[in-house]
Design a protein around this ligand. Structure first.
Ligand SMILES: [Mn+2]
Length: 262
């Protein structure tokens, strides 16, 4: 079995009972480990992750999570960690602490005869997005893309990594909390087949003749399993703090969505 999960947002100041949250995530990984060959964590596992040039005591809170990952790794389970838009600032630290293979970019894999396209989903857009969205939404997307570009600037990353971790974390966790609260206040439900960026992206790929059986994304915090015209399925994983949803690919190549209740 291959498992896919995303968006745990560990450490979020907007999630109450952070220990219980982390514990439940560990329970879920433990459950998966019973028959997992690989586990794909599809981004934003942390609400804010930054690796500074000096020691960051704030990371100790994640020791149980990393301990679990090392354990699974030792059992021979292949662990994959995609960076999201909240935890892209890893420069070898997560790999070292967990034994995960880190993916900074989307990737294609073939497993059990099926072709899969995997991406966290931030910044994934159809090429004609400027034409299809009304001005107001297009402006919002543009702002997000500019911010995304900034987050990826090596110079700005260097500057942030020089900060004392306590300062950087205070800023980072509060920034992330604001975006979580904004989402709670103003949730953005599934926009429909003709508006949802990730669905439009998949459709465009298929029209161009790039075929994948499954497109798997996180990021949106909605659960979606949609078959599009080409027969491909677009799967958005939900999250691991409220909905506790994940996907499972069995050895016949069948992909199913599940809900974890511990
Ligand atoms: Mn995200």
């Amino acid at each position: 079995m291959i498992y896919f999960l995303s968006d745990a947002h560990l450490g979020s100041l907007a999630i109450e009972r952070s220990w219980a949250h982390q514990k439940k995530l560990i329970d879920l990984l433990e459950e998966m480990s019973k028959d997992a060959v690989s586990i794909y964590m599809m981004g934003d596992m942390f609400d804010f992750w930054m690796e500074y040039y000096t020691h960051d005591h704030g990371k100790h809170q994640y020791s149980p999570f990393f301990k679990e990952l090392r354990k699974l790794n030792k059992q021979g389970i292949h662990l994959h960690f995609f960076t999201g838009n909240h935890d892209l600032w890893t420069f070898g630290g997560i790999e070292k602490l967990s034994g995960c293979q880190i993916h900074y970019e989307p990737c294609n894999i073939t497993r059990y005869g099926k072709s899969l396209y995997l991406s966290h989903g931030d910044g994934v857009l159809p090429s004609n997005w400027q034409e299809i969205y009304p001005k107001k939404i297009a402006r919002k997307i543009k702002r997000f893309m500019r911010l995304r570009e900034m987050f990826r600037s090596p110079f700005l990353q260097f500057c942030f990594r020089c900060l004392p971790p306590a300062w950087g974390n205070k800023f980072g966790y509060n920034w992330a909390k604001r975006s979580r609260l904004k989402e709670l206040d103003n949730p953005c439900p599934y926009k429909g087949e003709d508006q949802e960026e990730l669905v439009l992206f998949a459709k465009e790929q298929e029209q161009r003749g790039v075929h994948h059986d499954y497109y798997i994304f996180g990021h949106r915090h909605i659960e979606l399993d949609l078959q599009i015209a080409s027969g491909s399925r677009v799967v958005i994983l939900g999250d691991c703090f409220k909905q506790w949803t994940y996907a499972k690919l069995d050895n016949k190549g069948q992909l199913t969505m599940h809900n974890f209740e511990s």
